[in-house]
Design a protein around this ligand. Sequence first.
Ligand SMILES: Nc1nc2c(ncn2[C@@H]2O[C@H](COP(=O)(O)OP(=O)(O)OP(=O)(O)O)[C@@H](O)[C@H]2O)c(=O)[nH]1
Length: 715
Amino acid sequence: MLAVLKKFTVNIYERSYLYNECKQCWRVRSVHLGRKNHQDFRKRDYSSPSGAIKSLRSVLSPPVSKIRNIGIMAHIDAGKTTTTERMLYYSGYTRTLGDVDDGDTVTDFMAEERERGITIQSAAVTFDWNDHRINLIDTPGHVDFTVEVERSLRVLDGAVAVFDASAGVEAQTLTVWRQANKHQIPRICFLNKMDKTGASLSYCIDSIKQKLKVTPLLLQVADLDDEFAELVLEDYSENLDSLPAGKFQAAIRRLTLAQRAVPVLCGSALKNKGIQPLLDAITMYLPAPNECYHDFLQWYGNDLCALAFKVIHDKQRGSLVFLRIYSGTMKPQSAVHNINRNCTERMSRLLLPFADQNIEIPSLTEGNIALSVGLKQTATGDTIVTSRASAMAAAQRAGRADGMKLGASKESESLILAGIDIPEPVFFCTIEPPSLARQPDLEYALSCLQREDPSLKVKTDPDSGQTILCGMGELHIEIVHDRIKREYKLETYLGPLQIAYRETIISSASAADTLDRTVGDAHHLVSVKLDVSPLLAEATVTTSVIEYAQNIAELPKDLQKAVDNGIHTSYLQGPLIGFPLQNVVVTIQLLTIQPGTSMTMLSACVSRCMYKALKKAEKQLLEPVMKLEITVHEDHLNTVLGDLAQRRGSIHEIQSRQDDKVVVASVPLAEMMGYSTVLRTLTSGSATFTLELSSYEAMNPQHQAKLVNKMSGLP
Ligand SMILES: Nc1nc2c(ncn2[C@@H]2O[C@H](COP(=O)(O)OP(=O)(O)OP(=O)(O)O)[C@@H](O)[C@H]2O)c(=O)[nH]1
């Protein structure tokens, strides 16, 4: 069987191979469709949906083996939204074909998405295909929203990677692909835009092999090439019986689930080509929820365990929480327990995001995606169970399973389903309401948005008291600003966009400090001596690292916490221009506290002492350096490279992609402000780029001095 399957991976230009492949492709489909002769296959109409719109009454919980929780992931503009719209249309649940260019798609439902033509939030959509329930999660392609992608990947059992067939594997696809590898998600590839000039099957297959390092199984050629399909179906039809198609299908499924190979299909969503075979492939090759192993399921048995993977705020219904149910049953009008927030709250209604409507349902079982109404505290990434008691019981089982006695907090930690890696924001700016009286409205809007989007951080400037918005990119912050205006009817003012620098030290220093203060009747006296030194670690450490000299006896917990707090406070504001520290280790050499001294005074003294030590050390400013990938026509290459040189950019590689060049470079973020406009002007709008945080790197002394002067208000 494997020997035969290998034919899928050999030179795709060989006619004999192509014949074999189409033959098998046809066989797989004919078995799947339950059609026994070629005539039937040819009659299948791939250009219009089957029958009238389906009755939504048929929406009941299907058997778990018939559920597919699938994500669509890709580079920006590869056609995810168009593909999703076509799937809904062909599944028979929507009557009209939505179009991103006309702004009337089902999944891009936020106003910003419809206007900008990009997908910002992953929206779950449910529909049925060939007796299977498909829960489809559309994920955004823009690099500012990688957290959205990660969040949706967490709850998927399989994924479809959509490619622009004229571009092959692009930067963002690679990022999302790696994220999918991390979650071990079986995938199939859909080479979209085959209708486009410059679309190349061979180029895409090569780039999938080279960049994604996977074995592609090409499953579909015949559907796109009528002449070739005719050859296979008519002239060679007598020779098709050598291999049972069911075995082929099973082998492809095994390879896909084991992630040893990736089925590749092609089509054109815009021209309605290849969507039905893609839906067939999703049901045939991607796994059902009960085929995916999750460690924690053994602890819950039949109890409810679900993960909140998305929160949206609806004006009428309040917050709507998308949940992936891993075990048990969810019912409306019931209380559920949130392990992360240690609170119990009531779910009023349970909905199924079915096609373009939300359908009220009496219950939903494991493997499904539900939309709940009424949960007021649950945020993205929270774990939901039946009750506090069931969480405790599961925690005990988890403890027993590990064969060790776990502390209470450790037990509950082990029950929180794996969280999402949230990268540190690189941009920030102040945000102000139109008047002081509207400050509470702003705080409310920001707290709702943060519940939806964990990559959005909100802080208060300790000196000015201003609210600071921290985000993943210019677009991210711009969209938050737009949403506050649109959804919360609040006109806010953003300060200039600033870069989140970091600080570190490159030499050690020591300091001592004593705080002696009487407040009312209480006398507080504390003395501290400590050293700060650079932490020589390969990885970046942004949390405080504290060590105690050997002569210091183990501190009681409350004292230790007060010391931690003091150091943490200094860590948040470095000595140069007040940016957070990284890679600094603090060693407490001496600590004496008079009984009766408050913990706040202890923290204040430690913090002040650390600041003194940091001031003495040699300081270094670190700036975010981005990985930049620009796709540009070769005519504009030199102009783009010249411009990059002026931006302190280092070029790593220039790849050829047909008539285009792909420039891979690293550039300090400070040089990339407003780059999209500049690039558009330089290349007459023909180039595209992606930007992603690569690392924080030391600034050279001149740039550092210039920035420090600027930030300190010096000429
Ligand atoms: N020629 C051609 N264009 C397509 C095809 N599919 C989508 N497009 C166009 O490509 C553009 C992007 O399509 P979308 O469906 O919004 O892509 P997306 O991947 O969802 O984009 P983001 O949500 O921004 O990441 C639109 O202008 C579509 O009309 C196709 O098969 N052929």
